[in-house]
Every structure is written in structure tokens, then in C-alpha cells.
Design a protein around this ligand. Structure first.
Ligand code: HEC
Ligand code: HEC
Length: 220
């Protein structure tokens, strides 16, 4: 009996720790992963509606960088799941979404749908390309940056509290959007101010580029 209780205890611990790990993934970052797997083929790498399948379709996939901006959360959820009336005023011929857009039903969990919406909004807002692989950036950020910039990139890391400094808030799109990719690369390689370390010699160019695109996906 005791063994069973121990095993149960362990299972509970495991479930708790995996869900914590998942919850820690930034919304926009998670949305990008899903977008690449499920949406890119039609809507294209930048959301402009020019994916590899677009040419074969009678109704062209929407340019998400212009349409999604004016859509509410509620209508976007309906569009993705296919549940409920999907009015899309503003697209040329029709005010109801056509069947050319697949209905995903219950495939995505609620947080996943939020992530997809967050990434679609990011596509419309971001002024800069993702220059490196954000999946590599995620690991590097956890390893080298989160002590100061915080787990979520909001600038509330352990070291920040100790030193009383305020690093850049990577979750604020106005702050990150104001710098182009080259400026971010330079700050990371050469450091900034008194406390932002220079990473030249520790991180190579492609690792820094991976970090830059991960930082862009922290914004929401
Ligand atoms: C098979 C191709 C295809 C795939 C895959 C696809 N879409 Fe679409 N999507 C379309 C087409 C075509 C339209 C335009 C439909 C219309 O105008 O009636 C559209 C429209 C939309 C719209 C409405 C745009 C507006 O006017 O506001 C949203 C939002 C959208 N798609 C999101 C997604 C998301 C998120 C995914 C991935 C989970 C996805 N789509 C995957 C083809 C696709
Ligand atoms: C010791 C704490 C510390 C660590 C570790 C740290 N940073 Fe910073 N970072 C800061 C501070 C403080 C600032 C604000 C600097 C300023 O504007 O004076 C900053 C600013 C930045 C900026 C904005 C630069 C600009 O031009 O305004 C970027 C980008 C950045 N950090 C990325 C990173 C990355 C990527 C890592 C990990 C490889 C990292 N930081 C690790 C403290 C840190």
C-alpha cells in the first residue's frame, strides 16, 4: 500500500513539474511552433497568405498580417475551431468564412489557440524578421539570460533583485521593436551599460541570432 502511495505521489509530482515546464513556454513562442506545423503551408512563412499550397487554392489564404488586426479574440477562436458563426467582414466577396480554411475542432487546447492568436498578432505587428532559430534561442536564454532578464523575459530575474538593476523588458513589443536585428546582435555581443555583459567569445554569431529571434517572440 505504501508503495502505491509513493508511486502515486511521484506521478503527481511528475505531472505538476511537466505542466509547470509547459506553462513556462512564452505564448507567442509556442504559437509559432504550432503555426509552422499547421498554418504555414497555406498562410506562408510571414503570414502573408503565400504558402506553398496557396497557388493551388481557388480562394486564396488570408493575409493574416492585415486581416487579424481588426478581429476580436472571440471571432478568431471561432475561425480556428470552426465552431459558431464566423463572420469576416472586410474580405472581398463574402462575409462568412469559406470552407477553404480548415476547421480544427478540438485539435488545439485553449492555451494553444491563445498561442496561435498571439503569434498571428505578432506577425502583423513585428517590424523585424526572425533572423535565427528561436528553438536554439530558448535553451540559451534559460542558460545565460534568465538570471537577469527573468524566466519570462520581463526583466524580473534573481540577479536583478539582488543588484537593483532594471534590464530591458523583452516582453514589451515597443521596447524590442524599437531596435533592429543588428542593434540587438551588437548589444548582446558587446554588452550595454554597467550590467549587461558582453557575450562575444562565449556565444557565436548564430547563437546570438537565435537569441534575437527568441527575444522577439517573448513580446506579447
Ligand atoms: C489548407 C489551407 C489553410 C490552412 C492549412 C490554414 N488556413 Fe487559415 N485560411 C485559409 C483560407 C483559404 C482562408 C480564407 C477563407 C475565406 O476568405 O473565406 C483562411 C482564413 C483564415 C483566417 C481568417 C482571416 C481573416 O479574414 O480574419 C484566419 C484567422 C486563419 N485562416 C487562421 C489560420 C490558422 C491559425 C491556421 C493554422 C492552425 C490556418 N489558418 C491554417 C486557408 C488555410
Ligand atoms: C548580469 C545581468 C544580465 C545578464 C546575465 C544579461 N543581461 Fe541583458 N541586460 C541587462 C541590463 C542591466 C540591461 C540594460 C542595459 C542598459 O540599457 O543600460 C540589459 C539589456 C539587454 C538588451 C537591450 C540592449 C539595448 O541595446 O538596449 C538585450 C537585447 C539583452 N540585454 C539581451 C541579453 C541576452 C540575450 C542575455 C543572455 C545571453 C542577457 N541579456 C544577459 C542585464 C543582463
Amino acid at each position: 500500500m505504501k508503495n502505491i502511495i509513493n508511486v502515486l505521489g511521484l506521478l503527481v509530482l511528475l505531472t505538476v513539474s511537466t505542466s509547470v515546464a509547459q506553462a513556462a513556454l512564452p505564448l507567442t513562442y509556442e504559437g509559432r511552433g504550432l503555426y509552422v506545423s499547421y498554418c504555414l503551408l497555406c498562410h506562408g512563412p510571414d503570414g502573408k497568405g503565400d504558402g506553398p499550397l496557396a497557388k493551388a487554392m481557388k480562394i486564396s489564404p488570408a493575409d493574416l498580417t492585415t486581416t487579424v488586426r481588426s478581429r476580436s479574440e472571440t471571432i478568431l477562436i471561432k475561425i480556428i475551431t470552426g465552431k459558431g458563426r464566423q463572420t469576416i467582414t472586410g474580405r472581398d466577396r463574402h462575409n462568412l468564412l469559406s470552407e477553404a480554411m480548415p476547421e480544427w475542432g478540438d485539435l488545439f487546447s485553449e492555451p494553444e489557440i491563445k498561442g496561435l492568436i498571439s503569434y498571428m498578432r505578432f506577425l502583423g505587428r513585428s517590424k523585424h524578421d526572425l533572423m535565427g532559430d528561436p528553438e536554439i534561442g530558448l535553451g540559451l536564454y534559460q542558460k545565460y539570460c534568465k538570471v537577469c532578464h527573468g524566466e519570462e523575459g520581463d526583466g524580473e530575474g534573481i540577479m536583478t533583485e539582488l543588484m537593483g538593476i532594471s534590464p530591458m523588458d523583452h516582453t514589451n513589443p515597443n521596447e524590442t521593436n524599437s531596435l533592429d536585428n543588428e542593434e540587438l546582435v551588437k548589444s548582446i555581443l558587446d554588452g550595454k551599460g554597467r550590467f549587461m555583459p558582453a557575450w562575444r567569445g562565449i556565444l557565436n554569431q548564430s547563437e546570438v541570432e537565435a537569441l534575437v529571434s527568441y527575444i522577439r517572440l517573448l513580446s506579447h
